[in-house]
Each structure stands twice: as C-alpha cells, then as structure tokens.
Ligand binder design. Structure first.
Ligand SMILES: [Zn+2]
Length: 274
C-alpha cells in the first residue's frame, strides 16, 4: 500500500492536488449524485419529533446528508433498554437519566459543528399552533397516535410535507404525506385506532396520551426505515416530489420483502372530506 501511495504522489502531483481539493468539501460526493439540491437541503428547516431509535438514526442520516437547520422535540429521558438501537446514547446517559433532546442535540453538533440545533423537551401537542408552520419538512419518529395525529393535522392545514416512520421487530413502515394532494395519516386510520381514541376520552374525560405497547425493536429494521425516511426527505427538498413513495413503504426483514402501497384519499377523513 505504501509503495503505491508514494508512487502516485511522486509521479503525478497534479492528480494529487486535484484529489486533495475534491476531498476538502464534506458534501463533494453527495453533489456528484446530481438529483440532490444541496443548497436547498442546507437551507431547509427540519423538525424531528421523537428521539428514540428511529429519531437517533434519522438525525444522524439528516446531518450526514447536508441538512443544517434542526429542531428536535422529545419529552423523555434515556433508559438502558434504549441502548441496543440508538447510535447517540451511551451507558452514562442511561445512568444519569439524561434527556434525549440534550444528548441527541449535542451529538448532532459533534457530528457537524456547522449545523444549528434547537431542542424542545416537551410534547409536540404542547408547543402551540404556531410551532409546526415554521418548518419546511417534518419527520415523525414516534410511539404514540396522539402526537402523530397532531402533526398530521398541522401538516395538512399548513401544507408541510410529513414523513412518518414506525417499526415493530423486523417489520417497518414509512408513509410519505405531501398535503393536500396525498392521503394523510387520518385517511389511513382504521377502526382499532378510533377505538383506542374513543376509549381514551370516554374512560377519563381527560386528555391523556395513549402510548402504543412496547414494541420489539432492533437496529437493522430501524436503519432501513430511517434511511427510506431521510431519502424521501432529500427528494422533497430537492424538488423531486414526483419521485417520492406513493404512499407507504412496507418492509419485512425476515421474509426479505419490501413493497410500495399506493393509497386513495379517504372521503371520511376529517381533513380530506372538506
Ligand atoms: Zn386525509
């Protein structure tokens, strides 16, 4: 290896200088792809809601893809059972019960000191109606229906693209929502979802958050789902909406299967019925 390197350096200095210059730009290899609008990506204001397994992976992918303006929302602290699938979390974070927002925000800045990161340790529902309209793109990395529907409604009425991801063991799902033209999350709600919401309100009358049961989770499915989620975001910000998934990507890691499911607008949807 050493001989080859020295030979190149001595025999062809022009090539070495050019290679050095090309290696100085962090996004030089991304720019070679052509379809990506790196300028637009660096300008986009991105909201990531949920900083568990998918949120960790998605923030990592977004930073490395050249996004620079981040707002991160999560209300939880780190526990040891997060550590098998969250690239930014360490033992010490679980021991200290550190906040996910603070740890991911700091780690993202370490990954690229040129980015700006704003964190909100809160439920997305508590951040007010004027919060979501500030963003160009929303990534949902959540574990509860309430927060998803809150984002969906604000995404729809403010026409902000929303990419929602979920996993359960080796099964993963990504939904791309480009309001108002594509089906939204509400369009895909089934009777089970509504039964859960109805139970929530009828039992207590109070506005409590329903968390989905603890799901089986591991990093390989998380990584696949997050990669698809961020890739779709790159297309949207690069002006390639027509190339986006229509509308759901399903992944089954044990059966080696992935599929794309195009949905229809649901005439009974709270949003699309208008
Ligand atoms: Zn809808």
């Amino acid at each position: 290896m050493t001989d080859i390197k020295e030979g190149n350096n001595k025999g062809n200095k022009g090539v070495v200088l050019r290679a050095d210059r090309l290696n100085e730009d962090k996004l030089e290899r991304s720019k070679r792809i052509g379809v990506l609008d790196i300028e637009a990506i660096s300008r986009a204001k991105v909201l990531v809601v949920g900083l568990g397994a998918i949120g960790n992976e998605t923030v990592k992918n977004l930073v490395l893809s050249g996004f620079t303006h981040f707002t991160l929302v999560d209300m939880d602290y780190i526990v040891r059972s997060n550590l098998n699938r969250c690239v930014f979390f360490r033992d010490i974070d679980a021991n200290q019960k550190s906040l996910k927002t603070e740890v991911v925000g700091k780690a993202a800045k370490e990954l690229d000191p040129d980015i700006d990161v704003t964190i909100h340790t809160a439920k997305i529902q508590d951040l007010g109606d004027d919060f979501i309209p500030r963003f160009d793109l929303i990534f949902g990395c959540l574990d509860n229906i309430d927060a998803r529907l809150h984002i969906n409604a604000h995404s729809y009425y403010n026409k902000i693209p929303y990419i929602d991801a979920a996993t359960n063991g080796f099964i993963g799902k990504v939904q791309v929502i480009l309001p108002p033209e594509t089906p939204c999350l509400e369009c895909t709600m089934n009777k089970t979802h509504y039964a859960i919401l109805q139970k929530r309100f009828s039992c207590t009358g109070a506005d409590i958050t329903y968390f989905e049961d603890k799901m089986a989770a591991e990093i390989t499915t998380t990584a696949v789902v997050s990669a698809i989620q961020v890739r779709e975001g790159l297309k949207i910000i690069s002006g390639k909406r027509e190339k986006c998934l229509k509308n759901i990507f399903y992944y089954h890691g044990i059966n080696n299967m992935s599929d794309e499911l195009e949905l229809e607008l649901n005439p009974d949807c709270l949003h699309h019925m208008h």
